[in-house]
Write a protein that binds this ligand. Sequence first.
Ligand code: GLU
Length: 420
Amino acid sequence: MDNLLDNVLYQDAIGQLESAASAMNLDPNILDRLRYPKRSLTVSVPIRLDDGTVKTFLGYRVQHNMTIGPGKGGIRFHPNVDLAETAALAMLMTFKCALVGLPLGGAKGGIKVDPRELSRQELQALTRRYATEINMMVGPTVDIPAPDIGTDGQTMAWFLDTYSQLKGYTVPGVVTGKPISVGGSLGRAESTGKGVAFCVKFAADYLNYKINENTKVAVHGFGKVGVPAAVDLAAQGAKIVAVSDVSGGVYDPNGLNLQEAVEWTKSGKLLADLYPDKKISNEELLELDVDILVPAAIDGVVTKENAPRVKAKIIAEGANGPLTKDAVEICTKNGAFIIPDILCNAGGVIVSYFEWVQGLQNFFWDLDQINSKLYSILKEAFDNVIKCHETYKVDMKQAAFIAALQRLANAMRVRGLFPA
Ligand code: GLU
């Protein structure tokens, strides 16, 4: 477990936790218990490839803290996945769920794999074998996975089917982010991006900044989170000037044709091929002269190296950990207002929670209900973070951790320690 601290994301999560703990004078016994995950599992996941050979992948499921409720968190298929990254992301889920007041704990899973290199059949085999290997750790009252980078509704449907085959009956509540036809929720697919756009609106209101046609937005990671965030920010009146994916991005200071970019991306084409004369790199996009930057791809894209060149006034962390701890300090010092990941991208897990509740009740809500409940939960959490930001005079990242810790520490205290 000690080598968890070799991972930057884990180090940064611990660093944020420690800074917040010291600012709020947190009981050191509570802090100590939060440094490591409650439980973690490493599994090997062998599958037969289409060419008949067998290949073995490494998979993980980590439950960081389940004081407030069952574990909750996505499953990531990505070449960078390892135990430390999964543990760091599980820790972020604990604080995310606590911050937005969900009755859920924090967990995360993943497989070290590049899903783009596997066929659909191979991905199905991988998902089903992984679900079988971590079966003893998940369940609708135990730990409920969801999509993350490299996974989607189809992955969740295979997971649900495998878990249900093992049980002998259908268990829709074992995962969220499912297709609607097997008990998914309306609005779940867009919820993370929608939450990002809501948070940008709250931030603009707080800063007395009016979003209008002169507001320039750059979105790093024009995918499951970035697309709906861009669409909603454009609906608020902002101008989307740059978007990017793994291949690089496109930039037009006068504003992009968003509809065209969305359709291009949705048809599976790479943005680098969209407008050859408007091409920029991912690195360039992060440093553009824009008002709002939405890093919505992956962790660690803004570091102490490029942070001094980031010009955006509002940085909305759509991904988990897109700014390193050093980058947060540099950007904050340079006057940027950072909307922390555990608040900014919490829309996904909030609607996952709605999906779970709807599944348990077998009673489904309409989209207006979902979006208005999402809005009010995020607004309350945003106001709470601002209150901590002003009361403790700490940056927004620390303020979000403090707000989460107030709730979590209370729950840990009142439950006590077993054995007493
Ligand atoms: N993977 C998403 C996250 O990082 C969603 C998790 C969930 O819905 O459980 O927040």
